[in-house]
Ligand binder design. Sequence first.
Ligand code: SF4
Length: 286
Amino acid sequence: MKINIAKSSGFCFGVRRAIDISKKLTGKKKKVYVLGDIVHNSFVVEDLKKIGIRKISRIKPALNSILIIRAHGAGQKTFEKARLAGYSIVDATCPKVKAIYKIAQNAEKHSKIIIIGDNNHAEVKGIAGQLKTKPLTIENSKHLPLKKLSRIKKAAVITQSTQTIENITDIMRHLKRIIPEVTLFDTTCRAFRIKQQEIRSMPKENDLMLIIGSKQSANTKRLYQISKSINKKTYWIEHAKELNRNWFKSIKSTGIMSGASTPDHITQEVVELLSRKKTTKTSGKR
Ligand code: SF4
């Protein structure tokens, strides 16, 4: 069986950067915490725990402690709260997410902000938390807040960095019919766009697709959905132990794509287990 690993498989720039920033903080005389999961992957969270970086879900008073803000970012109120609670803040927000903040803040001066994104995702909350007025968040065209939308005269649409082109296009089609003046600021991230391009071609070129990443990861979920819509033999696993040999009966080629928060060693373990079958491996990874 041939194994083809996507060129863009695994960590994106923002996730790698946040982990590197976090690792550099160990060995200091302060306790180091991260607000929420540093990225949506339990293996990464565990690795950091081993070197003393602990996750907290809520900000409580703390002395002599560092708080890492993860790659997804956080709202301004979270920063204020953490400072008041006594933390020194290390901001590992992805620069590309920060660029979205600026676009949204500028657009807010003259338009109602609409975010196309997952309502409860940290990145979306972070974007909303930079604004003076409450934005509207839309996840998909099935759940359009029609009453609220009908009151808007001018809107600026910002997108979560990991949204798919299909979802954005579909929602925009509806918004253009309802709102007299609506401008799209496509703030999807290039790293994820490249992943999307690959995940549209690989399922056509391989008999079976494996998507590797946490079930909490929004970008992995989207990669899975795209792949599954093209190739029914698409499986989403978090680690090698979930592989099922029945999937691979009469399969000649398997494509592998890992989410932006999946560490390389997890992908490697999957590849090694598959390689115990008679395989040829091609990796686009740099
Ligand atoms: S997907 Fe893009 S915006 Fe999100 S953390 Fe990675 S590099 Fe940054």
